[in-house]
Write a protein that binds this ligand. Structure first.
Ligand code: GTP
Ligand code: MG
Length: 308
């Protein structure tokens, strides 16, 4: 946090990293997209959608704010879960400011409370963001803010709706005044540092989360294999969806390939909008037994491979 005077901010530039942490489904990715003003992180109604750090970049006055969307923090069981939770806390410790997002509808359940209790170890300035105010009564919100601020210390509290955008600008303004004085890390017009191949894989993964049920999305991962810009201005993208068993492959394909077709169609449409050019998307579904214990899959996702 900047302890310098205002003048430095007026003439020069500021730049800082802000980590968004919280329980799964609190709305972290929705908020990053709202703060940035375009889609950089995928969102779904299911928990544990985000698997790795996703950076979204926003400009506010002379400040560049780099938001780190993190996987939800929960009690991990599988190796992949452990890698995700470690990534979230590492993101928090590497940031200039830590923003804790709480789903105000859910309130302070065990997951949210566990996060608040660990905040004592976080040295950076912290803000509390109560999200989903569009579906919560005002009195509930005030009581929640009071309980949360008794449990952990915050420099500011915001009540927002990441979905409607209500209150989001206030967070940007507050942060813009407080991130350290320094040069911008990224070009002014950049919204994300993720390669397009990765965003493309994430978009397809989002469609898997929307179209597949129960455990299947968690047992699959998507990788972009090839990316070819064609002379006619379109792009040809080939991706592989990895699942763990043949029975899962059958479900992802669906009857006469209908399921994978509708996933591919939804992903292709969105990619074509983002890239502003026609997209030819080819999806292949492969069985990779135990990919959840394969270091290469973690490397592809940008996650550290936990030893156990
Ligand atoms: N009503 C309402 N729903 C919201 C709001 N913000 C997010 N949601 C919904 O909450 C669900 C989870 O949103 P995400 O942004 O994927 O949550 P997340 O915290 O990134 O979740 P993980 O990546 O799984 O940890 C989605 O269905 C969102 O549409 C909000 O302000 N109001
Ligand atoms: Mg997320």
């Amino acid at each position: 946090m900047a302890d310098d005077d205002r003048a430095a901010g007026e003439g020069g530039t500021r730049c800082g990293f802000v980590a968004l942490i919280g329980a799964p489904n609190a709305g972290k990715s929705t908020l990053v997209n709202a703060l940035v003003g375009s889609k950089v992180a995928i969102v779904s109604p299911k928990v544990q959608t985000t698997r790795t750090l996703v950076r979204g970049i926003a400009m506010e006055g002379g400040s560049q704010l780099i938001f780190m969307d993190t996987p939800g923090i929960f009690a991990p069981r599988r190796r992949l879960d452990r890698a995700m939770v470690t990534t979230a806390w590492t993101g928090a410790h590497d940031a200039d400011v830590v923003a804790v997002i709480v789903d105000a509808k859910k309130g302070l359940d065990d997951e949210a409370t566990a996060i608040l209790d660990k905040l004592g170890e976080v040295r950076q300035p912290k803000i509390l963001i109560l999200n989903k105010v569009d579906i919560v009564e005002k009195e509930t919100l005030l009581a929640l803010a009071q309980t949360a601020t008794q449990r952990a210390t915050f420099d500011a509290v915001f009540m927002i709706s990441a979905l409607s955008g209500d209150g989001v600008a206030d967070i940007r303004k507050w942060l813009a005044d407080r991130v350290p004085v320094g040069p911008w890390h990224y070009p002014e017009d950049e919204v994300s540092d993720a390669p397009l191949r990765q965003l493309a894989a994430e978009i397809t993964r989002e469609k898997l989360y929307h179209k597949l049920h129960q455990e299947l999305p968690y047992q699959s991962t998507v990788e972009t294999e090839t990316w070819t810009e064609r002379k006619d201005g379109s792009v040809r993208i080939e991706q592989t969806v990895y699942v763990e068993r043949e029975s899962q492959r059958k479900i992802v394909l669906g009857k006469a390939g209908q399921t994978i077709k509708s996933i591919g169609e939804a992903a292709r449409r969105e990619l074509s909008e983002i890239l502003e050019k026609p997209v030819h998307l080819f999806l292949f579904v492969k069985v990779r037994e135990d990919w959840g214990n394969d270091p290469e899959r973690y490397r592809q996702m940008g996650l550290e491979f936990p030893k156990e």
